[in-house]
Design a protein around this ligand. Structure first.
Ligand SMILES: *[C@@H]1O[C@H](CO)[C@@H](O)[C@H](O)[C@H]1NC(C)=O
Length: 325
């Protein structure tokens, strides 16, 4: 009978390994991470005044707060929106410089715009704002949460939140969308169509689409109900251009999407994922979460309470899983 006890403990253990360690400034919200080409330093960008920049010699830290990318705000003007209140950055390297896509939006509305800035170093003071990428407004999507990917030498931007969930559009140049028509690549048909914060990357023979599903924020004692909060799902595609399916073969445009990471331990509402290839760790997924103890002790959900986390991804049958570090 005592032999049952270890089994019970095993059964009660979390389905997910704990997040990797972080030292220094571990605040992040909607993080975007990239290694600087010149010196291999990691840069982390977050939703915050003018876009917050942190840097570190490794994904583990120690992370240092460097300041803002666009301290004077974006040149985009949007009714009722402070141009310094910039969300959901996405940064990539191309043509000897860094491109940062970003968002201005009035929360919960389609009054949103995606902008772009460039820099040679990513440091505060080095960013040039180019304003809007020229993505046309449409009732079917919300112009937030941009995520760039290169496919077959062409630039694409994935974006979107709620309404029609995740869309993709080909870009004429990394600065401008041009005339291409955006199309839907992922959609949950049920209830509130809660998918956003997507990120696409190539690994082996497939393109993988990560996104956040569920309720973002409002993380207080009483809301949201357990399981309804943010979690990270994954779909994959051979072309990267919209034929995404989940691990059961279900189309991700028809409510498909395989669970990759949900709340566990102190990691409540993991979301806003992205991926870096680390030379020592391999494929690392980074994301933000809200500490469970903070949620349980507060009536006010605060942007300052979000935290940065990461895990190494393992692979099985062409699908990623979160691996113990
Ligand atoms: C779709 O949304 C419903 C309702 O929010 C949720 O229960 C379900 O898990 C979602 N499915 C996927 C694949 O995200």
């Amino acid at each position: 009978m005592f032999g049952l006890i270890p089994l019970l403990f095993t059964a009660l253990a979390s389905a997910y390994p704990n997040r990797g360690p972080c030292t220094g400034d571990c605040w992040a919200h909607d993080p975007a991470m990239i290694q600087r080409v010149s010196d291999g330093k990691y840069y982390r960008f977050s939703t915050g005044t003018g876009v917050s920049i942190h840097s570190s010699p490794s994904v583990k830290g120690p992370w240092t707060d460097l300041g803002s990318a666009l301290p004077d705000g974006s040149k985009i003007t949007l009714d009722g929106v402070d141009s310094k209140n910039i969300w959901a950055p996405d940064v990539h390297y191309q043509n000897d410089q860094y491109y940062m896509y970003y968002v201005l939006s009035q929360i919960g509305t389609q009054n949103s715009q995606i902008g772009v800035a460039t820099s040679k170093t990513m440091d505060p003071g080095s960013w040039t704002d180019h304003g809007s990428v020229g993505l046309p407004a449409n009732d079917n999507y919300n112009r937030i949460d941009p995520a760039w990917i290169s496919i077959g030498g062409k630039n694409y931007m994935n974006f979107g939140s709620f309404w029609g969930d995740i869309f993709q559009v080909q870009m004429d140049t990394p600065l401008q969308v041009g005339g291409a028509t955006p199309y839907q690549i992922s959609w949950n048909a049920t209830l509130n169509h809660r998918e956003e914060g997507s990120y696409e990357f190539k690994h082996g023979d497939y393109y993988y689409l990560l996104y956040s599903a569920g309720i973002a924020g409002k993380y207080t004692k009483t809301f949201p109900a357990e399981g309804a909060e943010y979690h990270i799902r994954v779909c994959r595609s051979k072309t990267g251009l919209g034929d995404f399916v989940d691990a059961d073969g279900k189309s991700c445009k028809e409510t498909g999407g395989t669970m990759l990471l949900a709340s566990h331990g102190q990691v409540f509402g993991p979301g806003g994922p992205g991926v870096v290839n680390d030379k020592d760790l391999g494929v690392v997924m980074y994301y933000h979460y809200y500490p469970l103890a903070t949620k349980q002790s507060t009536d006010v959900s605060d942007n300052a309470n979000y935290r940065y986390a990461w895990n190494v991804l393992g692979w099985k049958d062409g699908w990623p899983f979160v691996k113990a570090t």
